[in-house]
Design a protein around this ligand. Sequence first.
Ligand SMILES: NC(=O)c1ccc[n+]([C@@H]2O[C@H](COP(=O)([O-])OP(=O)(O)OC[C@H]3O[C@@H](n4cnc5c(N)ncnc54)[C@H](O)[C@@H]3O)[C@@H](O)[C@H]2O)c1
Length: 248
Amino acid sequence: MSGKLSGKVAIVTGGAGGFGKGIAEKFTQEGAQVIIADFVEEAGQKTASELKCEFQRCNVTSRQDWESLVKFADEKFGKIDIVINNAGTTYRNKPTNDVTDEDFDKVFAVNVKAIYYSANVIVPYMQKKGNGGSFVTIASTAGIRPRPGLTWYNASKAAVINATKTMAVEYAKDNIRFNSVCPVVGLNTGLSDLFLGKPENEKIFMASVPLGRGSTPKDIANACAFLCSSEADFLTGIDLPVDGGRCV
Ligand SMILES: NC(=O)c1ccc[n+]([C@@H]2O[C@H](COP(=O)([O-])OP(=O)(O)OC[C@H]3O[C@@H](n4cnc5c(N)ncnc54)[C@H](O)[C@@H]3O)[C@@H](O)[C@H]2O)c1
């Protein structure tokens, strides 16, 4: 590893498993001090001790939990350089008329409102420190090239791609960069089977990816590490598909 994140302090939400765990692992290997923020305590603690990073219980839909997270990071490391907004949720792929109020509210609380809280709580902290920063939103190809059966999940990801671009422009003056990473469906993470709906859809879906496979935690982690490193100092406001050519 090149140590490209050496000396950086990074928060990774939803880091207990899936893409988030892959991101926490890569960032640790690249020299960052990582805080995994997740609402599942046992799995979060386990991942953190495996990767030798910190864990803080945080429900990303709670402003109070975001405030406690900043306090924890500040007391432990005295700064926050990177925020990876990875925690996300969906309902199982189904006809849009079958979506319930509960499905809708959950998707928008975790996928959209949490990003609002992250910025609302951490941007003022970064501005006060005056050293810039880097936010990455784990969005989805669903936010760029939506497919049927996931209307409100797709819309939640489109919303955060847009919000991420807006904040990129607004906070460029503070050298706080905002980018999105847009994975195509992955195969072995917690949400994968909910996106596919039924197992027989996997083959059909993979046939639509030019490079012929789903995304892996490593693919997503590599993109995030690049975007948060000094190699990407001049990149802000982009939504980077990590999708084997699916969105072309
Ligand atoms: N898996 C895919 O195919 C895929 C494709 C495109 C985008 N994404 C996006 O990637 C991100 C990660 O997905 P994944 O498949 O790794 O999911 P996952 O279910 O494996 O992991 C998500 C993590 O987020 C945590 N989490 C969920 N709600 C939370 C909350 N309210 N507060 C704190 N933590 C919470 C979970 O405990 C879990 O550890 C999501 O934003 C998802 O929308 C996933």
